[in-house]
Write a protein that binds this ligand. Structure first.
Ligand code: ATP
Ligand code: MG
Length: 552
């Protein structure tokens, strides 16, 4: 990335504020609702909030927006923390909006005392009806005229559990005719007799998002409260509440949500895929969740680089999934260890190699990484190559094996194809080659130059492994603009399972390494892998130059 990358608009605001001395340092927050696992959109928000604080010497709070008792769970809290840490960020404080319930209650009491909030006994249908429409003004009801004492008393009774769910709400008294529907006396508190994951049964009234979010920002002295564009119309209410409560003036700034091709990014929709067993779990490697991407082998660096590259937009846009894959490939190319794995084996017999002979060859782990060391690669008389690397009648530029053609076997020798065997159905069953003894890699005195190098494995020592090849989860490019249900667009081929044959070294590494299966793609061992049944996830494919040739 270029050094002189211009500032994004939020960075400009922050720099300005700091220059003007508005704040000594900045404090941002990431406010997830613990009702699902984090996805790529959240990763964008995390990189933005934590990234700003890092860049300008400030701090970031992690605040769980847990004001809705019904959908929230501790499992989600734990996964969110794990994902943020994995992305490479640390928070100043771990906070919960539910810790502010008493404070928020007092704020509400203050508003009532100022004549700026009232208890309304209307049903939700009545409230919706009285609210009017964007083109017609709403009307105030008789409850709007309740006096301060009555409101204080009723609100206390609401808290004490005297009323059933939906019987009463607390509303701000703003303007029933405002062109902004959200200012038409928005609901601040509702009754919900539900157990909360942290406060248990202490409360039966819960603040609405608009009465929790900005107030929590203010309690924490958040300087820049960054959210997505759908909250633009909420900003006047955010400001109104802070002004009337005379509390620390946090400011809200909005940017465009991240949308990506061939996927959905709504926790509700992702939860349904999990519940309906369309995917294995939240961390299914096809999911756009951070945990899914991690399990698939995406690196946190690739995700951070991607977020940096797409910048901070003011208008909604759709980002190509292949841009993220580009950053994944770029990072893995530098770090992944090379291994040879044959997906669709075709036996090659080296006719002039002795039956009993075996050689230990040396293969570098990663030519892009100094000091990455080497591993042993065993060479034997019978090996497997990819079926697609042999053609009986090759077209021009097919620099692989064909009768009379010569290739290099990676880390090993030059071999020439002399012959091949077909079964009664015309399928090629084995290939006969001769090797050139003086062409050994690293010590090649043959003087012969060839264009193609093939990966291979020893037929005797190859280990079977399970491959999980992933493709995009949905078939429509823009999943926000589809007809019908999003589940109608599931890609039936998003997961394909097959068996492949790996060089033994692949199964000898202890840690969770990233691999490049040479000429095939990037892979990582899956968490369900066992020594008896090794399983590897395809993280992302390589760019295949032959596939491009074929298209031509
Ligand atoms: P979802 O619609 O997936 O449920 P949400 O916005 O309800 O997402 P929250 O847990 O409330 O999820 O979001 C936490 C933070 O992440 C918020 O500040 C929100 O604006 C931000 N965020 C969520 N989705 C995206 C996205 N697609 N792009 C950028 N930021 C996002
Ligand atoms: Mg939300």
């Amino acid at each position: 990335m270029s050094e002189e990358k211009s500032l994004n608009f939020i960075e400009e605001i922050v720099e300005n504020d700091l220059q003007e001395g508005k704040y000594k340092s900045i404090l941002t927050r990431f406010p997830p609702e613990p009702n699902g696992y984090l996805h790529m959109g959240h990763a964008k928000s995390i990189c933005l909030n934590f990234g700003l604080a890092q860049k300008y010497g400030g701090k970031t709070n992690l605040r769980f927006d847990d004001t809705n008792p019904e959908k929230e769970e501790t499992e989600y809290v734990d996964s969110i923390k794990e994902d943020i840490k994995w992305l490479g960020f640390g928070w100043a404080q771990e906070l919960y909006a539910s810790d502010y319930f008493e404070q928020l209650y007092q704020f509400a009491v203050n508003l009532i005392k100022k004549g700026l909030a009232y208890v309304d006994d209307s049903t939700s249908e009545e409230i919706a009806q009285q609210k009017g429409t964007p083109t017609t003004a709403g009307v105030g009801n008789k409850y709007r005229e309740r006096n301060v004492e009555e409101n204080l008393h009723l609100f206390e009774e609401m808290r004490a559990g005297k009323y059933k769910d939906g019987e009463k709400v607390l509303r701000a008294k703003i303007d029933m005719a405002s062109p902004n529907m959200l200012l038409r006396d928005p609901i601040l508190y509702r009754i919900k007799h539900a157990e909360h994951h942290r406060t248990g049964n202490t409360w039966c009234i819960y603040p609405m998002y608009d009465f929790a979010h900005g107030q929590s920002d203010s309690i924490e002295n958040i300087t820049h409260s960054i959210c997505t564009l759908e909250f633009v119309p909420h900003r006047p209410l955010y400001d109104w509440l802070i002004e009337k409560l005379e509390i620390f003036p946090s400011h809200q700034y909005e940017f465009a949500r991240l949308n990506m091709t061939y996927t959905v990014m709504s926790k509700r929709k992702l939860l349904k895929l999990v519940n309906d067993k369309i995917v294995e779990s939240w961390d299914d490697p096809r999911m756009p969740t951070i945990s899914g991407m991690r399990r698939r082998g995406y690196t946190s660096k690739a995700i951070r680089d991607f977020c940096e590259r797409i910048g901070v937009a003011k208008r909604d846009n759709l980002i190509d999934l292949s841009l993220l894959e580009f950053f994944v490939r770029e990072d893995l190319n530098k770090t992944a260890w090379r291994r040879m794995v044959v997906f669709d084996p075709l036996k090659v017999i080296i006719t002039n190699y002795h039956e009993e002979q075996e050689e230990i060859l040396e293969g570098e782990n990663n030519p892009e990484e100094e000091n990455s060391g080497t591993r042993n690669v065993i060479f034997t008389k019978e090996i497997f190559i990819e079926r697609e690397d042999f053609m009986e009648e090759p077209p021009k530029k097919f620099f692989r094996l064909a009768p009379g053609q010569m290739v290099r076997l990676k880390y090993a020798y030059l071999v020439r194809c002399d012959n091949f065997v077909k079964d009664e159905n015309g399928n090629i069953t084995e290939i006969h080659c001769t090797y050139i003894p003086e062409s050994k890699s690293g010590n090649d005195t043959s003087g012969i130059k060839v264009k193609g190098t093939l990966h291979w494995v020893s037929a005797k020592y190859a280990k079977p492994i399970e491959l999980r090849l992933y493709d995009r989860l949905f078939t429509a490019e823009d999943m926000d603009n589809i007809e019908g249900e999003y589940t109608d667009y599931l890609n039936p081929n998003s997961l394909q399972i097959s068996t492949a044959f790996a060089e033994p070294a692949l199964l000898e590494d202890e840690e969770n390494k990233a691999y490049q299966f040479m000429r095939k793609g990037y892979f990582v061992k899956d968490k369900m892998s066992t020594p008896e049944k090794p399983v590897f996830n395809r993280t992302v494919g390589l760019k295949d130059s032959w596939a491009k040739e074929m298209k031509k």
